[in-house]
Each structure stands twice: as structure tokens, then as C-alpha cells.
Design a protein around this ligand. Structure first.
Ligand code: FMN
Length: 223
């Protein structure tokens, strides 16, 4: 599937005896702003990655570009494919199931997720929602038990850098932070870190102050 690229890779350090190897962590970086130029959430997520790599140069960053290569909405072909035994899938179902497999494996293999997320209409961009719909797979990234749902994402951390035109401190209108916390905790990620740059469309002073504050929060968080 198109849409992924490894932009930094130096994750193997051989010890002098040649036996032990120290592996860096895998970072999965996903931006969801529809714009490449002037995107505040991309600036913030890039700043986080740069700070992180300065401290952890052995880590590997994989970029999943869901804007240049958007994922389709869930459709009947995909849902039917997920419940059809292998070997009896149509060509279309096979392609859809392979798309899910690739995304789920990439998600499960990551130690750290870094998301750049603009607020669109009080929530997240539909491109990011389509990605989440692909990776939230029963039996693979979560399961239901008689004790309730259990996340299977493994020991991961997620850093979410969001950009908003308005200010939503503790407002019920913020469906972005609540949703992202809920869905990633449901998948088993307890460490969900969120940093917002807010009020970006409320004049230059508020905007500059907010971006400065977010960059400073990012510096502390990455450290
Ligand atoms: C389609 C669209 C919908 C938006 N909806 C909201 C919104 O509901 N609340 C808000 O505070 N800002 C909203 N904004 C403003 C963006 O959150 C803000 O411009 C942010 O900087 C966008 O992220 P980006 O700079 O990474 O592209 C919206 C912008 C767009 C383009």
C-alpha cells in the first residue's frame, strides 16, 4: 500500500563483543491536517519528533501519510472480507483485508505514536477517523471478554499534538480530545499525552502566545 515511508533509521547498535544489540524504538508519525503549507499541527508534531530524536537518535520514524494517500471509508466489501474465511475472498475483499492487515501490523509494531491533529468541526479530520476505523480490529487491537473490553495495543505511548482555531479548556464542545483519549485507551494505550495549540484563529497575539506555549510544553514532554 502506498502512504508510508521510513524517514529516519539507525536503530541497531552492536556491542563490542558483537553479541548484544540495543534496538531503538519505532515511532509511527501520522499527520492529519489537510494542508501541508502553514499547518500548525504539522509544525507541532515535527517539533516533537525533532526534540525526541535529539534525545533518542537510535529511534526509527515511520511516516504514514493519510492525506496524500487517504484511506477509504469502511464499506461492505471490507466488512464482509473481515468475516469471510481466507481462500474464499473475492479479489476486492482480499485487497481490502490486506489494507487492514498492513495498517494493523504497522500500528502494533510501533512503540510510540505521534499524531498531528487539527480540530475540524469540533472533532478530528475524517481522514484520521478512517485510519482509526482500519486499526480498531476486534481480536487484533482489542477484544471483548466477560470482564469487558481489553485493549491489545501493547505497551505504547501516544503523543497527540493538536491545533484549534478556538479555545476549549474543559468545554463539552471539545469532542477531539475526549474521543482520542477514549479510543486509544480502549485499544490499550494508557499513556495518552495531549498538547493543544488553541485560539489560533483569534488574532495574532493569542495565536503566537499559544504556539509558543505548545512548543515549550513539547520540549518538556519530549524530555
Ligand atoms: C474544515 C475546518 C473545520 C474547522 N473546525 C474547527 C472547529 O470546530 N473548532 C475550532 O476551534 N477550529 C476549527 N477549525 C480551525 C482549525 O482547527 C485551525 O485552523 C487549525 O490550525 C487547523 O490545523 P492545521 O493548522 O494543522 O491545518 C477548522 C478548520 C477547518 C479547515
Amino acid at each position: 500500500m502506498r502512504g508510508t515511508v521510513v524517514i529516519f533509521f539507525s536503530n541497531v547498535i552492536e556491542q563490542s563483543d558483537g553479541e548484544e544489540k540495543v534496538m531503538g524504538q519505532k515511532i509511527l508519525h501520522i499527520d492529519s491536517s489537510a494542508r501541508f503549507e502553514g499547518s500548525e499541527s504539522r509544525i507541532l508534531s515535527r517539533a516533537f519528533i525533532d526534540q525526541w530524536l535529539a534525545l533518542h537518535p537510535e529511534d526509527e520514524v515511520i511516516v504514514r501519510d493519510i492525506i496524500s494517500h487517504p484511506l477509504p471509508h469502511l464499506d461492505e466489501t471490507l466488512l464482509a472480507g473481515l468475516f469471510t474465511p481466507a481462500g474464499t475472498l473475492t479479489v476486492e475483499m482480499q485487497a481490502a483485508v490486506e489494507r487492514v492487515d498492513e495498517l494493523v501490523e504497522e500500528f502494533l509494531a510501533a512503540d510510540i505514536l505521534v499524531l498531528g491533529v487539527p480540530m475540524y468541526n469540533f472533532g478530528i479530520p475524517s481522514t484520521l477517523k478512517a485510519y482509526i476505523d482500519h486499526i480498531a480490529q476486534a481480536g487484533r487491537t482489542f477484544k471483548y471478554t466477560d470482564q469487558g473490553p481489553v485493549g491489545l495495543a501493547g505497551d505504547k505511548q501516544i503523543y497527540i499534538l493538536s491545533a484549534r482555531g478556538g479555545i476549549y479548556d474543559d468545554s463539552p464542545m471539545d469532542h477531539q480530545a475526549a474521543y482520542l483519549r477514549t479510543v486509544f485507551r480502549f485499544l490499550g494505550i494508557d499513556k495518552v499525552h495531549l498538547i493543544h495549540a488553541q485560539g489560533l484563529n483569534m488574532g495574532e497575539d493569542i495565536r503566537d502566545k499559544s504556539v509558543r506555549q505548545a512548543l515549550s510544553d513539547i520540549e518538556q514532554l519530549a524530555a
